[in-house]
Design a protein around this ligand. Structure first.
Ligand code: ZN
Ligand code: ZN
Ligand code: FE
Length: 755
C-alpha cells in the first residue's frame, strides 16, 4: 500500500540568507521528490514540504549535512500540519515583509566549481572575478539591504544576457548570485607600472611575476583592502617591504601556493589544515618545521608562520605563473593606519614604495582585513576576526536589540545588538590613529544602517580616556560603563550562551579597575550583571604609565625596586646595568618614590614584560605585546620547573621575581627561565581557582583576556583545570584580546536592562 503523503512546516534559523540556501532546498526537494515551497523570512527560511511518510527524516538530515558551505544552521524545527497537497516545488516571495531581512553573508573564498569554470567556460576562461551562490565577495561589496545587485558595488556592471540567464535559472549555480560576472560584463584588473596602465590580464600576470621573482614589491587589491606582496623566500625583498611599511616590526603573513607548500615550511595538524582550507581562508598560526626556511625577516625570530592559502581567483592564476612556494601578503597600509581600500589612495600612498600597483575596477565598500586563527588544544581560536567571519551574527541567550557596544581602544571591534543576536564589527584597530578613528565612526554608521539598528543604549569601557568611551558619552543616549575584565569574562559567557555564575580568570595588559588602578591579573566571580573581585596580582608601581607597556625595562626596574629598594644599584643584572648607563635608573626610582606618572597596576601583561626584560629577551618593544610574545617564543619545551609565590589576600609574585633574579645571576639560560615562569603562572591559575571554588562551590571557569593569546599558558591552564574536574571555557569564535570585549559589554548592558 502506498503511504499517504503528509505536509510538514519546517523552520530553519541561522545564517541562511545570501548563501544560496533557497536554491539548495529547491534542488534537494527535487532529489527527494518533495512538493511544496521555500521562502525567505526575517527570521530564517520556511519550507512547506509535502512528503511521503518516512522520507522527512532523511530530508531534514540532508539539509543539515549538505547545506551550502557558508550557511550556518542554528536550529531546525519541523511539525506536521494540515494542508492540502502541493504540486511541484517553488521558491516563493516572502509573505511577511513586516521586518526587513538583515542577514549579510561574510565574504567567501572562490569555490572548486568556479575554479573549474575558469578552465572550461568560454566566457570565464582565466576570468578572475568568477563567483557563484557558493562563493565570492559579499560583505565587502554590500552597501545596503535587501541584498540585491543594485545595493552592492557590482551595481555599475550591467549583466550580459548569458550571465542573466544563469542568474534567473533556479537550477543554475549562479541563481541569484548577486556578484555574477563574466569576461564580457564584469570587473577587470589593471596594473599601474612606471606610470603606465596595463589592462591585458596575460601581460599583467607576466609583469607581476617578473617583479616578484626579481625581489620587487607589488601592491595588490584584495577582497577587503590592498595588500603588499613580495617573495617570502627573498630576504632583500622582505627587508624592502619592512622599510616600505615604515619599519614595521611584526611578523608578516604568508600566502602559500598550496597545502603541500605549507607542509614544506610548517607543521600542519589536522585541525590547522581544516582551518587553512576552510571557505573563510584565515591566516593560521603554524609552527615552523625547519625543513625549508622562509626569509628570516618574515617571522622576525618567532618560531611561527602566519600561513594562508589562496582565496581569490587571481591568487590561483598568479601561482600558476609564478615558480615560488610562498608570498608575503601583508596589509597595505603605512604603520598603524587601517588597510587601504580606495584605489586613488593606494596609488598615491603605495605607488611610491612599490614597483607596481595592481588594482581592479570594482569598489571595496566595507574594509575587511585577513582574519587570524590559532589552534590550541585542538580547538581553533580567533585572534583577529574580519574577512570570512564578519558580519555573521552570534545567537544571544538574551535580547540585545538596540544596544551598541563601543569596545576598547587598542584592538577595537564594536558590536550591535539585533533582536536575539549580536553582530560584531570587523577588526578596526587602534582608535588613537586618526584614520582608524574615522574608519570606526564610519563603520558604526554603516552597521546601524545595514542592520536597521537604532541604538537606545550604549555600552562602553570604564576608562574615561578611551576614544570609544568618549564616543559613547557623546551619543546623548543612556550609557552603561562596563569594567574591562568583567567584559572579557561576559564575552565568553555570551559566546557560549552560558547562564549563572563563573570563576573568571581575566589576564591582560591593561584595563581600568573600579578603584582607579590599572587591573589585568584578576580573579573574579561573576555573572552577566555583576562581578566580585576575589583576588589579583599585588599592586606594583608602573613608572611612566602607558610608556611602561612599550618599554618592558621599566617594569623590570619597578619589580626590582620593590624587592631591593636602593640596593637595586648593586645588582649585577643586564637590565640594571643598561639603565645605569643610560641614566634611567635614578629617574625611575624617583618617579616611583614621588608617585609621579606612576599608577598602580595588577597587570599580568606587565609581569610578562618585567620577566622578558629581566632575562634580556626583550627590553624595548617595536609593537604591541612584543615582550610577552618573545618570552613565550623563548620557552624551553622540556623544562618543567616552577618558581615560588605567596598568596594572602592578593597574589605576591615578588618571591618569583627574586628567584628569577637568582637564576639570571647564576647564568641559567633564558629559555629555562621562561618555561619555569610560564608553569608558575599556570600554577597561580590552578591554585587560586581551586581556592575560590572551595569558597563558592563554583566549578565553571572562564579564561579570558589578551594574556591567553599565549599558547603555552592557555594549553597548560586548560589541561590542568580539566584534570582538576573544572569545566573550562575560553573564547573560540571571538578574539580573546580586546577585539572580543564589545560582546561582553553588550551582554552586561543587556542583562542590566532586563532587571
Ligand atoms: Zn563558486
Ligand atoms: Zn556576463
Ligand atoms: Fe583587555
Amino acid at each position: 500500500m502506498k503511504p499517504e503523503p503528509a505536509t510538514y512546516l519546517i523552520h530553519i534559523e541561522g545564517l541562511v540568507q545570501g548563501v544560496g540556501f533557497r536554491p539548495f532546498i529547491y534542488r534537494l526537494a527535487g532529489k527527494y521528490g518533495i512538493a511544496g515551497t521555500v521562502e525567505n523570512s526575517n527570521d530564517g527560511v520556511w519550507i512547506h514540504a509535502c512528503v511521503d511518510n518516512g522520507k522527512i527524516e532523511s530530508f531534514l538530515q540532508a539539509i543539515e549535512e549538505e547545506a551550502p558551505q557558508a550557511s550556518r544552521i542554528w536550529r531546525i524545527n519541523s511539525k506536521k500540519i494540515r494542508e492540502r497537497a502541493h504540486d511541484g516545488f517553488y521558491i516563493v516571495d516572502s509573505r511577511d515583509r513586516s521586518a526587513a531581512i538583515t542577514q549579510v553573508s561574510p565574504d567567501i573564498a572562490v569555490c572548486e566549481d568556479c575554479l573549474a569554470d575558469m578552465k572550461e567556460q568560454p566566457n570565464r576562461l582565466d576570468y578572475p572575478f568568477v563567483n557563484c551562490t557558493n562563493c565570492g565577495p559579499r560583505f565587502s561589496i554590500i552597501k545596503d539591504l535587501p541584498y540585491d545587485r543594485d545595493k552592492t558595488t557590482m551595481r555599475v556592471f550591467t549583466m550580459c544576457s548569458s550571465c542573466r540567464r544563469e542568474y534567473e535559472d533556479v537550477n543554475d549555480r549562479r541563481f541569484h548570485a548577486q556578484p555574477v560576472a563574466c569576461v564580457h560584463c564584469g570587473p577587470h584588473y589593471a596594473l599601474w607600472q612606471e606610470g603606465k596602465k596595463i589592462e591585458d590580464l596575460g601581460i599583467i600576470l607576466k609583469s607581476v611575476s617578473r617583479i616578484l621573482l626579481q625581489g620587487g614589491l607589488v601592491a595588490v587589491k584584495g577582497i577587503g583592502g590592498y595588500f603588499l606582496a613580495c617573495d617570502a623566500t627573498c630576504e632583500g625583498a622582505v627587508h624592502r617591504l619592512r622599510e616600505a611599511k615604515m619599519r614595521e616590526g611584526k611578523p608578516f603573513a604568508v600566502m602559500f601556493r598550496d597545502l603541500d607548500a605549507v607542509r614544506e615550511f610548517a607543521r600542519v595538524e589536522a585541525e590547522e589544515e581544516k582551518e587553512l582550507v576552510s571557505w573563510q581562508r584565515p591566516i593560521v598560526l603554524l609552527r615552523k618545521k625547519g625543513k625549508q626556511e622562509l626569509a628570516p625577516g618574515v617571522s622576525m625570530g618567532f618560531p611561527t608562520i602566519g600561513a594562508m592559502l589562496p582565496y581569490m581567483p587571481f591568487h590561483y592564476l598568479l601561482f600558476e605563473k609564478l615558480p615560488l612556494p610562498a608570498l608575503v601578503l601583508t596589509s597595505g597600509n603605512l604603520s598603524d593606519e587601517p588597510i587601504l581600500t580606495d584605489d586613488d589612495d593606494a596609488l598615491q600612498k603605495l605607488g611610491p614604495v612599490t614597483d607596481a600597483v595592481l588594482t581592479y575596477n570594482r569598489e571595496i565598500y566595507n574594509r575587511v582585513d585577513d582574519s587570524v586563527v590559532s589552534v590550541v588544544n585542538h580547538i581553533p581560536r580567533m585572534i583577529r576576526r574580519s574577512r570570512g567571519y564578519v558580519p555573521a551574527p552570534v545567537p544571544l541567550p538574551f535580547r540585545g536589540e538596540g544596544i551598541l557596544a563601543t569596545g576598547a581602544e587598542l584592538v577595537n571591534c564594536f558590536c550591535v545588538g539585533k533582536d536575539y543576536q549580536a553582530i560584531m564589527s570587523q577588526h578596526i584597530g587602534d582608535l588613537k590613529n586618526y584614520e582608524t578613528w574615522r574608519f570606526y565612526s564610519e563603520a558604526i554608521d554603516r552597521f546601524k544602517r545595514l542592520f536597521r539598528v537604532e541604538p537606545e543604549l550604549v555600552a562602553c569601557d570604564l576608562h574615561p580616556d578611551y576614544l570609544s568611551t568618549q564616543f559613547a558619552m557623546e551619543s546623548k543616549l543612556p550609557v552603561v560603563q562596563v569594567q574591562h575584565h568583567h567584559a572579557h569574562i561576559a564575552a565568553v559567557m555570551a559566546e557560549h550562551a552560558l547562564e549563572g555564575a563563573f570563576i573568571g580568570v581575566s589576564f591582560d595588559g591593561t584595563g581600568l579597575g573600579d578603584d582607579g588602578n590599572i587591573w589585568g591579573g584578576e580573579f573574579m566571580v561573576c555573572d552577566y550583571s555583576a562581578y566580585k573581585r576575589m583576588t589579583h596580582l599585588s599592586y606594583i608601581p608602573m613608572p611612566g604609565g602607558d610608556k611602561a607597556a612599550l618599554q618592558p625595562w621599566r617594569m623590570a626596574l619597578a619589580y626590582l625596586y620593590m624587592l631591593y629598594g636602593d640596593k637595586i644599584k648593586d645588582l649585577n643584572l643586564p637590565v640594571v646595568e643598561k639603565a645605569k648607563k643610560e641614566n634611567k635608573l635614578s629617574p625611575v626610582m624617583q618617579m616611583i618614590n614621588r608617585k609621579i606618572n606612576t599608577p598602580l597596576t595588577s597587570s599580568m601583561g606587565r609581569l610578562f614584560d618585567a620577566v622578558a626584560a629581566l632575562t634580556g629577551i626583550c627590553t624595548e618593544t617595536g609593537f604591541h605585546a612584543e615582550a610577552p610574545m618573545r618570552l613565550e617564543a623563548a620557552a624551553s619545551s622540556v623544562e618543567k620547573g616552577k618558581y615560588p609565590w605567596d598568596y594572602d589576600e592578593t597574589i605576591n609574585v615578588l618571591p618569583m621575581v627574586q628567584a628569577i633574579v637568582k637564576d639570571v645571576t647564576d647564568g641559567i639560560s633564558p629559555d629555562i627561565i621562561s618555561a619555569k615562569f610560564h608553569h608558575s603562572i599556570a600554577d597561580i591559575i590552578i591554585r587560586i581557582t581551586k581556592e575560590i571554588s572551595k569558597k563558592t562551590g563554583i566549578d565553571r571557569v572562564i579564561l579570558s583576556g589578551g594574556t591567553f593569546q599565549n599558547r603555552i599558558l592557555l594549553e597548560e591552564a586548560e589541561v590542568l583545570l580539566h584534570d582538576q574536574g573544572f569545566h573550562v571555557y575560553h573564547p573560540e569564535e571571538f578574539p580573546v584580546n580586546d577585539g572580543g570585549i564589545a560582546l561582553g559589554q553588550l551582554a552586561v548592558a543587556a542583562a542590566g536592562r532586563k532587571g
